[in-house]
Design a binder for this molecule. Structure first.
Ligand code: SIN
Length: 489
C-alpha cells in the first residue's frame, strides 16, 4: 500500500464519524493549497485555502457561541471533553497514520504524540471542575470581598507542524475547559491531523461554533485577522520567536492577552560526576526525538573535561545505530526534515563548523535525492563562535563542546536570548541544586532528557515565550479574575 492509499484509508475511517472539514467549520473556497508527504514528496490532499474574510466569519461564529458555552456547568463541559478524549484514544491508529503521512515522524512516535494529546484532553476534563474562586477577609464588617474566575472569551490559536496533534490539544483543551471558544489555524504543512481531531471533537458533542478550524496557506493574513479583530480576546501561539514578535506587535493595539511558546537554544550539560550511560540515553532523547525538530531539543551539549572522551565515544556509537527513513518502517527512528529549507540550514551549520575546525564523528550529509533525510550527526571540537553553538538547528545534529569550569558553563548556558529548556546530568546534590537554580530557563531537566507532561507547566522565559501550557497553570492562562466587592451588609 502506498502512503497516499494509507492516508486515504485512515481519513476515510475518521470521516465515518463526521465530515472533518464541514464539522469544524471549514468553508469551501475556489483556491486550494497542497499538502505533501515530506518522506516521498507525494501529494496527500488539496485543501480549501481560506482567506481573511473567512477567518472573520469563523470569529463571528465563535463569538456567537461564547455565552452559551460559558453558561454550561463545569460538569457539562467536562463530560464533553471526556467523550473527546475517548474518541481520540479509540482512533489512535488512524490519527497516528495521518500524522506520519503529513509530518514524517516514525509511527511509534506519532502514536506516542496522539497519546500525549489525549492526556491533555483528559487532564483538562478533570481540571474543568476545579476552577475555584476566593473569599478574602474584608477590612470592615459591612463588606464581603470575593474573586471569581471567568473565561477570557474567543481565543485565536496558531499551532506548529512539529507536533501537529499534541499542540492542538495542549491549547484547546484548557481553553474549552475554561469556557472559551476557539478559532484555530494549524500549520499549512500539517493540517490533516488537526482536521481529524476537530471532526472527533464535533462527534463528542461540542456545540456548533465552539470550535472553528481554519485551513489556509497564508499564515500572515490569518495571524493579522486574529490579532486585529476585536472579538478575539486572546492569542495562543507556538512557533518561532520572530513570528511571536510580530503577533505581539499586532496584538498590542487592543492589549490582547497572549500565551506564546517560542524558540529555544537548549543547553545539555554533562558534569564529571554524572552517570554517563544515563547521560547518553538522555542526550539521545533530548537531541533526536522528533528528529531534533522540537523547541526543547538539546542544541548545545557541554561535557566536562574528565568525561568528554568517554561520553563522546559512547554517544557517537549510539547515534551511528539510529536508522533514518520512512516513518512507516518500524526500524526507522528518525524521519525526514520537514522541508528543503530545514535541510539547507542543517547543511550550512555543518559546513560552518567544519570550516572553523570541528570534527564530524558520524553523519554530516543528506541522504538520497528524494525526500529531506539527513544523517544523524555528531560533531566534536565545537567552539562558541560556530553557528551551531549560537542558533537553533532544529534537526538531527548534535554539537559537543568541552568545558573545565562548572561556573563558566553555567554562564555560557545562560548566554542566549532564549530561556525555554535546559538539561543537566550530575549526582552531587549540592551541585544539582546550584545548577538547577542558576540556569535561566522555564524548564530544567535534571538527570532526564524528556520532561513534557500534561501535569507540568511547559513554557519559557526571556525571548522563549510568555505563559504556560499544561498543569493547573495552563488553565489560568484562559481565565480572567474578577473581584466582587459587596457593600452595605
Ligand atoms: C515543542 O514544543 O517543540 C516540544 C513539545 C513537547 O516536547 O511536548
Amino acid at each position: 500500500m502506498t502512503l497516499t492509499q494509507a492516508l486515504k484509508k485512515h481519513i476515510k475511517n475518521t470521516k465515518r464519524f463526521g465530515d472533518l472539514a464541514a464539522a469544524a467549520g471549514v468553508v469551501e473556497t475556489a483556491r486550494r493549497f497542497p499538502v505533501h508527504n515530506p518522506s516521498t514528496g507525494e501529494l496527500l490532499a488539496e485543501l480549501p485555502d481560506m482567506q481573511a474574510s473567512d477567518v472573520a466569519l469563523a470569529i463571528d461564529r465563535a463569538d456567537a457561541a461564547r455565552e452559551r458555552w460559558a453558561g454550561l456547568t463545569a460538569r457539562e463541559r467536562s463530560d464533553i471533553l471526556w467523550r473527546w478524549h475517548q474518541l481520540i484514544v479509540d482512533h489512535i491508529d488512524d490519527l497516528a497514520a495521518i500524522l506520519t503521512c503529513e509530518m514524517g515522524k516514525p509511527l511509534a512516535e506519532a502514536k506516542s504524540e496522539i497519546s500525549h494529546a489525549a492526556a491533555y484532553v483528559r487532564w483538562y476534563a478533570e481540571e474543568a471542575n476545579r476552577i475555584y474562586g476566593e473569599t478574602i477577609p474584608a477590612p470592615s464588617t459591612d463588606r464581603r470581598l470575593l474573586v471569581i474566575k471567568q473565561p477570557v472569551g474567543v481565543v485565536g490559536a496558531i499551532t506548529p507542524w512539529n507536533f501537529p496533534a499534541s499542540m492542538v490539544a495542549r491549547k484547546i483543551a484548557p481553553a474549552l475547559a475554561a469556557g472559551c471558544t476557539i478559532v484555530l489555524k494549524p500549520a499549512q504543512q500539517t493540517p490533516l491531523v488537526a482536521g481529524a481531531m476537530f471532526g472527533l471533537a464535533r462527534m463528542a458533542g461540542f456545540p456548533e461554533g465552539v470550535l472553528n478550524l481554519i485551513y489556509a496557506s497564508d499564515g500572515d493574513a490569518v495571524g493579522k485577522e486574529l490579532c486585529s479583530n476585536p472579538k478575539v480576546r486572546k492569542i495562543s501561539f507556538t512557533g518561532s520567536t520572530e513570528v511571536g514578535r510580530l503577533l505581539m506587535r499586532q496584538s498590542s493595539d487592543q492589549i490582547k492577552r497572549i500565551s506564546f511558546e517560542l524558540g529555544g537554544n537548549a543547553p545539555f550539560i554533562v558534569f564529571d560526576d554524572a552517570d554517563i550511560d544515563a547521560a547518553v540515553d538522555g542526550a539521545i532523547q533530548a537531541k533526536f526525538r522528533n528528529g531534533g525538530q522540537t523547541c526543547v531539543s538539546a542544541n548545545r551539549i557541554y561535557v566536562q573535561a574528565g568525561v568528554y572522551h568517554l561520553f563522546s565515544e559512547r554517544f557517537a556509537e549510539r547515534v551511528r545505530r539510529l536508522q533514518v527513513g520512512d516513518g512507516f518502517k518500524p526500524d526507522n527512528a528518525i524521519g525526514p526534515l520537514i522541508d528543503s529549507h530545514a535541510l539547507a540550514k542543517i547543511e550550512a551549520h555543518v559546513d560552518d563548523a567544519v570550516k572553523k575546525g570541528a570534527t564530524v564523528r558520524c553523519g554530516g550529509r543528506r541522504i538520497g535525492a528524494k525526500g529531506t533525510f539527513f544523517e544523524p550527526t555528531v560533531i566534536t571540537n565545537v567552539v562558541g563562535s560556530m553557528r551551531i553553538a549560537q542558533e537553533e538547528t532544529f534537526g538531527p545534529l548534535a554539537p559537543i563542546i568541552r568545558f573545565e569550569d562548572p561556573e563558566q558553563v553555567i554562564r555560557k548556558a545562560n548566554d542566549t536570548i532564549y530561556g525555554l529548556a535546559a538539561y543537566f546530568y550530575a549526582s552531587n546534590l549540592k551541585r544539582v541544586w546550584r545548577v538547577a537554580e542558576a540556569l535561566e530557563y522555564g524548564m530544567v531537566g535534571i538527570n532526564t532528557g524528556r520532561m513534557s507532561s500534561e501535569a507540568a507547566p511547559f513554557g519559557g522565559i526571556k525571548q522563549s515565550g510568555i505563559g504556560r501550557e499544561g498543569s493547573r497553570h495552563g488553565l489560568e492562562d484562559y481565565l480572567e479574575m474578577k473581584y466582587l466587592c459587596m457593600g452595605g451588609l
